[in-house]
Design a protein around this ligand. Structure first.
Ligand SMILES: [Ca+2]
Ligand SMILES: [Ca+2]
Ligand SMILES: [Ca+2]
Length: 443
């Protein structure tokens, strides 16, 4: 509170002066000596602030505006306030000042005890309200949205009690792809930006964050999935990369991976869309038969960061694995589900026809395997394969053959494709085009 201009004590003091003056005259001293008094003045008289970052820091000047020596005995602080200051007592000649710095937060007070006759205890009220964190509301996209392959609007509303909207900045960061966009809110507190198409297929964790002028933040995590869809392979025949003995029979509506001929290997990989090898499900229908009984079909998610080609060896290589001593064909990196219909001793094959998952492009190194029912010369069969993170699942004709968490790399950009081979024995290996469906996100 500002000090009143003519406080009661002045009047009292003036009255006292008369008496003291008379006494002084009696004592033979100067007439002014009895009227002299110190006067402690605090500047500012109080402190009140909002939106304080951390601790408030209040400089205070103590001045002796009286005309006698001011003696300050000590200072008392209340609340969460401290004083970095001088040792007490302090003496201030008339007109002299002393600087103090108060530090704290919340409500409190400073009291100075002095010989100011009018105000032996001078008080100063202190109030510092801490900054509040901003608030952030998600408008779009929503949690667990499945994203089409198109530009994506990003939209949030932000609020802060202290920092003006227009001084705030919102940042959207993708856990995999890094900073996506930044935007400042408009006058309604709404911030909008765009995440351009071309996102990595599969799961995403997008974080929207806003930081206020005090460095306090609000964040929202948004779980999303970028869909990469294979739903009409017949219409995109040019996107199939065919190798070896593979060919497309448009009239028949299938890809022939091998004809019923000895020592053949063929593969067909779809170059668009690129999928995430750790987030894909694929359905297909296949046929194997009409021959003497070898070697089988493989479905591969080809790791594009490591691939050097798209065809493995004939015979035991099933068109995805290098041959003996690595001289024939390549080992295709990524993961493969093989349906092996011929047991090769030197690979360490089981004695029975089997389904196996490999992660190295090595047809002799299984992460897991299971026996197969009879598939050769038994018509068309439905195969469903799902890779979600470390979990791999294989369902054949509605029967779950494999469903396990497997070690190995899970997230990589991949082409999906098929391969097959024959050796000394043969089969015709087909995949029905119209039955191929793939997606990166579960619906
Ligand atoms: Ca704030
Ligand atoms: Ca066989
Ligand atoms: Ca084999």
């Amino acid at each position: 509170m500002p000090r009143p201009r003519l406080p009661i004590w002045v009047l009292v003091a003036l009255c006292g002066c008369v008496e003291q003056g008379l006494g002084a005259l009696r004592d033979g001293e100067g007439a002014d000596a009895g009227t002299a008094a110190p006067m402690l003045v605090l500047d500012p008289p109080e402190s009140q602030r909002r939106g304080v970052c951390g601790l408030d820091r209040v400089p205070v000047t103590v001045t002796n505006q009286g005309d006698a020596m001011l003696s300050i005995q000590g200072a008392t602080l209340t609340g969460a306030w401290t004083l970095q200051g001088p040792s007490w007592p302090q003496r201030l000649a008339p007109g002299a000042s002393l600087g103090l710095v108060l530090t704290g937060i919340g409500a409190g007070s400073l009291s100075l005890d002095s010989n100011d006759p009018a105000r032996p205890t001078a008080q100063m009220a202190l109030q510092a309200d801490a900054d509040t964190a901003p608030r952030l509301q998600l408008l779009a996209p929503q949690q667990n949205d499945v994203l089409p392959d198109a530009d994506l609007p990003l939209w949030v509303r932000v609020e802060d009690d202290e920092t003006p909207w227009t001084d705030l900045e919102v940042a959207w960061v993708d856990a995999e792809e890094g900073l996506v966009a930044t935007a400042r809110p408009d006058v309604d507190g709404q911030a909008q930006a765009t995440w351009p198409a071309g996102r990595q297929p599969g799961p995403h964790l997008l974080t929207a964050a806003v930081t206020d002028g005090c460095g306090q933040s609000a964040t929202v995590d948004i779980g999303l999935c970028q869909q990469a869809l294979i739903d009409d392979p017949v219409s995109i025949l040019d996107d199939w990369l065919l190798s070896g003995s593979a060919s497309i029979d448009e009239a028949g509506g299938f890809i022939e991976l091998t004809p019923d001929l000895r020592n053949a290997a063929g593969s067909a990989f779809l170059r668009d869309p690129v999928v995430n090898g750790g987030a894909v499900s694929i359905d297909l229908r296949f046929f194997m038969g009409e021959g003497t009984g070898a070697d089988g079909i493989a479905v591969t998610a080809l790791d594009l960061d490591r691939a050097e080609g798209t065809l493995g060896s004939l015979g035991s290589g099933l068109g995805y694995s290098a041959g003996r001593d690595g001289v024939d064909g390549l080992s295709l990196p990524g993961w493969t589900v093989e349906l092996d219909t011929f047991s090769n001793d030197w690979r360490g094959d089981p004695e029975v026809d089997h389904v196996a998952i490999t992660r190295s492009g090595d047809a002799g190194e299984y992460a897991v395997w299971a026996p197969l029912p009879e598939l050769e010369d038994t018509g068309w069969h439905d195969l469903h394969i799902q890779a979600q993170g470390a979990r791999m699942m294989v369902i054949l004709d509605g029967i779950r053959l494999i469903d396990e968490d497997l070690p190995g790399q899970t997230d990589f950009p991949a082409w999906l494709g098929f391969s097959a081979s024959t050796g000394g024995q043969t089969n015709r290996h087909l995949v029905a085009l119209e039955a191929i469906e793939g997606r990166s996100c579960a619906d």
